[in-house]
Design a protein around this ligand. Structure first.
Ligand code: NAP
Length: 251
């Protein structure tokens, strides 16, 4: 039976790369988007050209009031594919956010909480009935929970820390269903994230390169392939774990 996967924020960046890597491993993949409908459609076309089935659905993970309707839409896609459920859920969607001491607003903190913590928690709860026993949940954290980067990322990193703690509890809750729940923690990776600074700013890249065991910043495929490996059947016995894919940043 072909595996099915959902990647939130699969229209760009790490989510897109994860969707492509999962499809390369033979999965049928649903990606979600907020503003990037056209980009998500391009991902769907690429996935279908690779021989798999694919779909794009709109989902704002900071809007939990939409999750029940989203679950119904996802269920319809899976039914249309004749799939018994969802094998892999990747909670990837996210945004950068700057919260310097002295310049942090309640709205900025709430926005980071909504997309990085509340969204994955409530979306996973909504989708849990669709997950097949023996499946995988992969939550996307950050290397910034292990090492301290720019201080303005304090709240962003704290939210990712919350994701890692929640991952361990969820692993225990879903363990009786043999669902593996893990965290992938990417290092600095070349995407649109934070205005594309990691991809476009030579000085920033040089700083990361100098602090990295592998001597370069990450490319989306580096993280996408790692994510696909973590949710493969080979790692079904690993649960409640944080796996960093950063090329050895700030070791
Ligand atoms: N890049 C890095 O260096 C890095 C490092 C560590 C962790 N991460 C984490 O990796 C994840 C992906 O980051 P990225 O680098 O791929 O960023 P990206 O290139 O900016 O892509 C962000 C993706 O998230 C979606 N998204 C944004 N806000 C959303 C919301 N409210 N609801 C649903 N989807 C939303 C976007 O959808 P639309 O385009 O359709 O709006 C897009 O698909 C994030 O959780 C980020 O915190 C990134």
């Amino acid at each position: 039976m072909t595996r099915t996967a959902l990647v939130t924020g699969g229209s760009r960046g790490l989510g897109r790369a994860t969707a492509l890597a999962l499809a390369a491993d033979g999965a049928d993949v649903v990606v979600t988007y907020v503003r990037g409908a056209a980009a998500a459609d391009e991902v769907v076309t690429m996935l279908e050209q690779g021989g798999g089935r694919a779909a794009a659905l709109e989902l704002d993970t900071s809007a939990p009031e939409t999750f029940a309707a989203f679950a119904a839409a996802l269920g319809s896609v899976l039914d249309g594919w004749g799939a018994p459920g969802l094998d892999v859920l990747v909670n990837n969607a996210g945004v950068a956010g700057s919260t310097p001491l002295g310049g942090t607003t309640a709205a900025a903190v709430d926005a980071l909480y909504a997309v990085h913590v509340r969204g994955p928690v409530l979306l996973t709860q909504e989708l849990a009935p669709l997950l097949v026993d023996g499946g995988h949940v992969l939550n996307v954290s950050s290397g910034l929970t292990r090492f301290v980067g720019a201080p303005a990322y304090s709240v962003y990193a704290a939210m990712k820390g919350a994701v890692e703690v929640w991952t361990r509890y969820l692993a225990k809750e879903l363990g009786p269903r043999r669902i593996a729940v893990n965290t992938i923690a990417p290092g600095a990776t070349s995407t649109d994230f934070a205005g594309g600074v990691i991809r476009d700013d030579e000085r920033y890249r040089a700083m990361i390169e100098g602090a990295s065991a592998m001597g370069r910043v990450g490319e989306p495929d580096d993280v996408g392939r790692a994510a696909a490996a973590i949710v493969s059947s080979s790692l079904s016995w690993a649960t409640g774990q944080r796996i960093e894919a950063s090329g050895g940043q700030s070791l």
